[in-house]
Design a protein around this ligand. Sequence first.
Ligand SMILES: Cc1cc2nc3c(=O)[nH]c(=O)nc-3n(C[C@H](O)[C@H](O)[C@H](O)COP(=O)(O)OP(=O)(O)OC[C@H]3O[C@@H](n4cnc5c(N)ncnc54)[C@H](O)[C@@H]3O)c2cc1C
Length: 421
Amino acid sequence: MNPISDADVIVVGAGPGGSAAAARLALSGRRVLLLEAATFPRDKVCGDVLLPEIDALLAAIRTDLRTLAPDARCLGGCVYTAPGGQRITGEMRDAHGIVRPWRILPRLVFDHRLAEHACRCGAQLREEHRVVEVEWEAERARNVVHIRTPGGTATLTAPIVIGADGATSRVARSRGLRPSAADRSANLCVALRTYVPWTDSQPSFEVITDHALGAGCCWIVPGPDGRANVGIGLVDPGRESRAGSLHAHLERVLGGRVDFTQASSPAGWQLPFGDLRRRATADGLLLVGDAAGFIDPFTGHGIHTAIHSGLLAARAAEEALATGDVRASAPPFRAYERAWKRRFGRDFLLGRWLQWTMRRAHASPWMIELIVNRAAHNRRWADRFMGLVGHALPKTHILHPGFLLDFIRSDAAWRRRRQVA
Ligand SMILES: Cc1cc2nc3c(=O)[nH]c(=O)nc-3n(C[C@H](O)[C@H](O)[C@H](O)COP(=O)(O)OP(=O)(O)OC[C@H]3O[C@@H](n4cnc5c(N)ncnc54)[C@H](O)[C@@H]3O)c2cc1C
């Protein structure tokens, strides 16, 4: 006989990953509790970029970006400042040459709307419910979820928990799925973000690099509300990544262009990069989004993978509930481990390689100069470069033999043109 549970599935964290998983399961008729530590609307430190691929994912929970983000600002272009100060302007074009614009909407707004949508699908959202621990009772095959609320502590139970509680996941920690300190710091970016008044109507965002930032960067992302999201991310954690150092770098790089006296107070957070060695399941438990470290190591984007993994986890939970076996060894849990690796694995591997190349390139500047020169003098290469940065072109594009051949050919053509000039 099944033990009495408070829900079929308890989803911890109502960010994009948790709301997507809760919505999908509720649409399948499951009883879903969505526990959220904060009260909506709540901020989330982010660049506020919604990638176009999110649209197709949202179809699985019967919504889209036109509905959830009608007031977002669309940006199709990017201005990249190379470490040597050279600026490249391009558009984020896909392999067919079509511009795939980003939508910019503060997470304060987007996450609230997505959580509301999950409720409309049938999930029960409980705000100010902070999960402090998740225990697994093997003999009863259920999770015991310990919660702190403003009214005191409480306990809830469910056969399946989906951990969507972000980069510092309590769920992952309490079930032994947090990576070692060494693995965490090898796969981490630390970041600082603020908002500044911004009246420029430019249709592009900016990425600014310099040698002191290594493989990190600063950004200016104009938003829809007369402000720009401005921030910095550093890939090598250590002394340099303390909030004070990050802020000093930000002011050094952008101080001439941004009035920091008018800025909102800066907020820091971390980005756990995708690592194929990680486990995202345990008995009765599936991790999604940042809780599993599903952020793209090259671009730092993770909203799309949070939603995608939320949907994959919902499918696994649904199948496991149908068979009654919720152990990590059950086929749906094993299928989830395979599915996220299949969907995100290439991006994680190539993203890491590109990140490594950027780091090396600072030691050997000719590498960056070669790429920058190509993009600065050739519109097609500028768009390709921006397409990769903006997720309009899949990273696998660079593995195509034609890509390298084209690069070598255009290099020869550029050198000929330069000689003639
Ligand atoms: C500076 C910065 C810039 C970024 N820019 C971008 C960008 O522009 N585009 C992009 O795609 N990605 C970006 N990312 C990554 C992106 O923010 C994350 O990948 C994404 O938010 C992951 O979603 P999630 O649902 O897994 O977790 P989160 O969005 O972190 O949501 C977790 C939720 O869980 C709740 N929670 C936490 N602990 C508990 C608990 N114990 N109990 C209950 N609830 C809990 C939190 O309050 C939160 O609501 C950026 C990240 C950073 C740090």
